[in-house]
Design a protein around this ligand. Structure first.
Ligand code: FES
Ligand SMILES: [Fe+2]
Length: 370
């Protein structure tokens, strides 16, 4: 590992008890070295949402995505098996699939026309006779681990991967019986935010600490006194019992006994309510910008007004979060702020996030800089 990066990583101690710990340093929210290390050792080494499972349901269907700078294609092959590859042609590195999704029997690179079958094997190489020491068998698309849970297909770049269900645990077990399989994808909205991706995660993970101050509308619907956190290996959940519905718009769309705010390291949030789900996927777009993708899911028979109001409530909450996150990003650049402390009562989920981040980043010291 470059000594510079090692020195930067040492500035955070992940082994202190919460009451004595300090947050990751402010420089981690804009430093280029940290950002590059995150792309590789955090986003490149964890299960990442690649897209909606329903978009790769039929044999021959595919979807493409970009995971922290790595182009990826997920396909359903003729036998019905899901496969994922780096979307990079072995000839000159062009993408072999360029549409966000589609249907194909072969993946044909549009640059010089090399073709790959849906198992990723190189099949066609026009005008390539006479090239010595070149075997098609050695030049298939590089594969990634792929698995599905709930409405999503996930991919994972690391070779010694933890099975997806283990990684998400205890989310799959706890979501059973909540009727998620009845929910249908209804809409997607994207927000570009001028902050490091971790600012948005920190904000989500503060255990409800900012609900009253930043989201006065939402605060009315939550039973804050009984709001609590549960931590797992790569995930956490904030459980917020709901107040009995009153006449406010927000209470009308956040019904049921409780709201469950799941987070899966590093960048996926899944918000579960009694008859709806929405997810937030945070994608880094450089050290000081991120893109947050909101997906909404409802039962097929959901009332149109309920759907519209529910999405409006999420949008309003998001606008409030965007404003504070961009404010925080500016503050993290201040010369006087180096790091902060955690509320023991509320912010254990933030510390879990920072500890996992430090653990994955320090993997660089084991692998070395390639
Ligand atoms: S880059 Fe794909 S065929 Fe040349
Ligand atoms: Fe918030």
């Amino acid at each position: 590992m470059p000594t510079d990066l090692a020195r930067k990583l040492k500035a955070f101690d992940p082994n202190l008890p919460l009451a004595r710990a300090s947050t990751i340093p402010s420089s981690w929210y804009w430093d280029e070295d940290i950002y590059r290390a995150e792309c590789r050792h955090v986003f490149g080494a964890t299960w990442q949402v690649a897209g909606l499972l329903e978009h790769v349901a039929a044999p021959g269907s595919y979807l493409t995505t970009d995971l922290a700078g790595q182009p990826v294609v997920v396909v359903r092959d003729e036998q019905g098996q899901l496969r994922a590859f780096h979307n990079v042609c072995r000839h000159r590195a062009a993408r072999v699939a360029v549409e966000s999704r589609g249907q194909a029997s072969r993946l044909r690179c549009r640059y010089h026309g090399w073709t790959y079958d849906l198992q990723g094997r190189l099949r066609g190489t026009p005008e390539f006779d006479g090239v010595e020491g070149f075997r098609k068998e050695d030049n298939g698309l590089a594969s990634l681990e792929v698995a599905a849970w709930g409405p999503y297909v996930f991919v994972q770049g690391a070779s010694n991967s933890i099975p997806l269900a283990t990684y998400l645990s205890p989310l799959p077990q706890r979501a059973e019986g909540m009727g998620l399989e009845r929910l249908r994808f209804v809409a997607r909205r994207e927000y570009v935010i001028e902050c490091n991706w971790k600012v948005f995660i920190d904000n989500f993970q503060d255990g409800g600490y900012h609900v009253h101050t930043i989201h006065p509308g939402l605060a009315g619907a939550l039973d804050y006194a009984h709001y609590h956190n549960e931590l797992a290996e790569h995930a956490s959940v904030q459980v917020s019992p709901l107040r009995p519905a009153d006449q406010t718009e927000i209470a009308q769309v956040r019904t049921g006994e409780a709201a469950y705010y799941w987070w899966v390291f590093p960048n996926l949030m899944i918000n579960l309510y009694s008859s709806a789900m929405d997810t937030n996927l945070v994608l880094p777009v450089g050290p000081e910008r991120c893109r947050v993708i909101f997906d909404w899911f409802f039962p097929p028979d959901a009332d149109e007004t309920f759907v519209r109001q529910s999405m409006e409530v999420s949008h309003q909450v998001q606008i409030e979060d965007v404003a504070i996150c961009e404010d925080v990003q500016r503050g993290l650049r201040s010369e006087v702020f180096k790091s902060g402390r955690y509320s023991v009562r509320r912010e254990a989920p933030v510390y879990l996030f920072h500890r996992l981040l430090a653990r994955y980043l320090s993997a660089e010291s084991r692998i070395g800089d390639r």
